[in-house]
Design a protein around this ligand. Structure first.
Ligand code: SF4
Ligand code: SF4
Length: 200
């Protein structure tokens, strides 16, 4: 029977650890030297030399992202700035990570039944599945901010509040539908990916 790679016994040289450390260092040094030589030669005008490896100089240079990438949530607003959300709890119900918490209140407009008075999303638990966006009957929650580089020092710091969700803006490449008009997939599909915001 063929033993899977992960279950293979380590050799004597692997078990004493240091030869493997030096082997790894040698591989890294080899790549460094080769790429440095290639970059230098191309800089000196030798254009037939293969290009050296390049990397994004993060965080100064942000990697372009797909327009379809699910990024940090936001809550869409009505024309008067109030949440479009009607606190139907569909997103909270469908969320597989149970990381949405909504408290509903009465809306001052009798034509709108409810409005969220509290809307929390715990990003520490969120798995970015997008089910909340799919389930929303009002197109009120979206994951199109382009923000993916967020962090916090505490678990509480990972919780997005109603105010924060309403303050988020869509990423520049996103085609935002009006309240009466469905999203037009044409320009969105054709648009080129752009850099995400530098900070959350
Ligand atoms: S993306 Fe998925 S896990 Fe995150 S809040 Fe929405 S439904 Fe829950
Ligand atoms: S965001 Fe959408 S699905 Fe979630 S409570 Fe509001 S209206 Fe319902």
């Amino acid at each position: 029977m063929r033993i899977p790679q992960s279950e293979k016994e380590l050799t004597f040289w692997e078990r004493i650890y240091f030869p493997e450390v030096f082997r790894g260092l040698a591989i890294t040094a080899k790549h460094f030297v080769v790429n440095m030589i290639r970059h230098t030669l191309r800089l000196l005008g030798f254009k037939n030399v293969p290009k050296g490896a390049v990397t994004y100089q993060y965080p100064e240079e942000i990697r372009p992202i797909s327009t379809r990438l699910r990024t940090m949530h936001r809550l869409a607003r009505r024309a008067d700035g109030s949440p479009r959300c009607v606190a139907c709890m569909m997103c909270e119900t469908v969320c597989p990570a149970s990381c949405i918490y909504i408290v509903a209140g009465e809306h001052p407009d009798p034509n709108i039944e409810k409005v969220p008075i509290r809307f929390d999303i715990d990003l520490g638990k969120c798995i970015f599945c997008g089910y909340c966006v799919e389930a929303c009957p009002e197109d009120a929650i979206r994951m199109d901010t382009g923000i993916y580089n967020f962090a916090a020092y505490t678990r509480e710091g990972m919780v997005l509040t109603l105010e924060e969700l309403l303050a988020h803006e869509p990423a520049p490449y996103v085609s935002v539908p009006t309240q009466d008009k469905a999203p037009d997939p044409g320009p969105l599909a054709k648009s080129q990916p752009v850099s995400a915001p530098a900070s959350a």
